[in-house]
Design a protein around this ligand. Structure first.
Ligand code: 13P
Ligand code: SF4
Length: 346
């Protein structure tokens, strides 16, 4: 690892402004140390357009690098140190099935606006762009859902059922106006599993995907903390189950969780329900001042695929590396969907 650290330091110095390394908050400390910009998904996608660097390295999962490749300028190249770092939740919505589902939902003449969480493939964002929809992140989901509801008769929110329901709770969308599609639509033919007669009185139609890492945070963990440490605070990411979110003291994006830890008074005990790398970084940062603990230990294996070694290997070969590529037919509508979000949230 030491050799890789030296390589990264040497190449960053030699390339100067030609290189920008971006990292998501869930990256390990070893990797985060070498990033120029860190952020949550929204902040990172906002940064792409303002970057002058010719080479942009994205330390995160593949959909994040793809979003950067959609928004990049013509002379820029986007790289990811390991193309196998994918997001299991993003993989739960396949573009062909999403498009077929939209066609079925609209077959009775209703205008259904798709709203995809940024944790989705470029191909899904392309479909969403073509069907007049947009993208949201955990930081702006309520604003974007409100926007989407105002654009048609109903919204298809995908892929995260928990973020969808938590956001609907924030906006007070009535329970009887929502429906979660059958789990079978993740892998099966929507023609067999989507029934427009069950969705045509709904305002919010929800894709059944979820994040396996945030699924680990349970009511049992919260009940135990409330019983044993009544003064402790619990904050969670909105990819958690709605019961967990309701029982917590607050919920929001990774940036929200970081801000909550920063603003808590000295002496606070805070349990955080999100990916372990971020929680342990905050615990170290506030050691001796505040006690920060994971609600449950839960690590994202895919985020962990980015290492100092594969970052060094990429940088050594960066002039010849194959950049992340999004085909032109997908890029244009996908860009439209992302730009709608950036515009609504500007
Ligand atoms: P944020 O948008 O809060 O950074 O979260 C991204 C993510 O992948 C959470 O699992
Ligand atoms: Fe995907 Fe969950 Fe990992 Fe975030 S934490 S990248 S949603 S699997």
């Amino acid at each position: 690892m030491e050799k890789s650290v030296d390589t990264i330091t040497r190449i960053r110095k030699a390339m100067g402004d030609k290189l920008a390394i971006l990292g998501h908050h869930y990256q390990s400390d070893d990797v985060i140390e070498h990033t120029d910009i860190r952020g949550d998904s929204l902040e990172l996608s906002r940064k792409i357009n303002g970057l002058d660097a010719e080479h942009i390295v994205f330390c995160g999962v593949y959909f994040m690098a793809e979003s950067a490749a959609i928004l990049q300028r013509p002379n820029q190249k986007i790289h990811i140190p390991d193309v196998n770092a994918t997001c299991p939740m993003a993989d739960m919505a396949e573009a062909g099935r999403v498009e077929k589902t939209l066609d079925i939902l609209q077959s009775n003449g209703r205008k259904v606006i798709p709203l995809t969480y940024v944790n989705s493939s470029a191909a899904v964002k392309g479909v969403v762009g073509r069907y007049d929809g947009s993208v949201c992140t955990s930081a702006n989901a309520p604003v974007m859902l409100e926007w989407a509801l105002s654009q048609g008769d109903a919204v298809l929110f995908l892929p995260d059922k928990h973020l969808a329901r938590n956001t609907a709770n924030t906006l007070n969308v009535p329970e009887d106006k929502r429906i979660v599609l059958s789990d079978d639509v993740i892998e099966g033919d929507p023609q067999l599993f989507v029934d427009p007669s069950k969705t045509d009185d709904k305002q919010l139609i929800i894709w059944p995907g979820y994040c396996p890492i945030h699924e680990e945070f349970t009511m049992d963990a919260i009940t135990e903390i409330r019983a044993n440490e009544p003064d402790a605070k619990i904050v969670v990411h909105p990819e958690c189950n709605p019961d967990v979110v309701k029982a917590s003291d607050g919920h929001g994006s990774t940036t929200y969780l970081i801000k909550y830890a920063a603003e808590a008074p000295a002496g606070s005990v805070i349990y955080i329900g999100t990916e372990e790398n971020l929680v342990s970084r905050l615990a170290k940062q506030y050691e001796g001042e505040k006690t920060i603990k994971p609600l449950t230990f839960s690590q994202c294996e895919d985020m962990g695929k980015i290492t100092v070694d594969n970052l060094a290997a990429l940088l050594e070969n960066i002039e010849n590396a194959t950049p992340v590529d999004v085909s032109e037919d997908i890029k244009a509508p996908a860009k439209l969907s992302l730009e709608r979000m950036l515009e609504v949230c500007s």
